[in-house]
Design a protein around this ligand. Sequence first.
Ligand code: 5CA
Length: 158
Amino acid sequence: MTTEFPAAVRRVEAALTAAGLEPRVLEFPASTRTAVEAAVAVGTTVGQIVKSLLFLSAGRPVLALVSGSNRLDLERLAVLAGLPVTKADANAVREATGYSIGGVPPLGFPQPVPCFVDRDLLTYPIVWAAAGTPHHVFEITPADLVRVTAATVADLKA
Ligand code: 5CA
C-alpha cells in the first residue's frame, strides 16, 4: 500500500529528488515539532536533529541549520551574513519558506534562501531534519545536506 504524504512533505521530497537524492521521509503520530521531540521519535540523539532557524537580514531571509544540541550564536550569524540578523516571526517564516514553524525543512522553498550549516552536524554519519510538517522528518548525510542547500559550513554555536 502506498500512503500519500501531505503536500508540504511532497514539496520537500520533490526538492530532494531534484537534487539527485532518494527522499527518506519518516512519519510519526507523535510530534516532531522540537528537536527533543524529533530525537525521541526517531530514537537518536538531539545533536543529530537539524534545527532549521530562519532569520531576516536587511529584510532578506537567511537560514541557519543548527545541531539540536547547540544554541545559535546570533553574532556569528550576523558576521557571516554581513549584516545584523533578527529572528523571523511565524508569518515571516511562512512567507519566506512556505512552511510553518516546527516543520520548516532545510530546502524546498519558493525562492532559494542563503544557508549556513553548523559545523558540528558534520560530526555525525546521518542527521534528521524536518520534512515540511511537525510530524515528518527525513534522514540525510551531512555532506548531502550541505550540498542540497548550497550552504556555507560555519561555526554557529554560542
Ligand atoms: N521539527 C523540528 C526538527 S526536526 C524543528 O522544526 N525544530 S526547529 O528547532 O527547527 O523549529 C523550532 C524552532 O522554531 C525553535 O527552535 C524556535 O527557534 C523557532 N520558533 C518557535 N516558535 C517561534 C515563534 N513564535 N517565532 C519565531 N520562531 C519560533
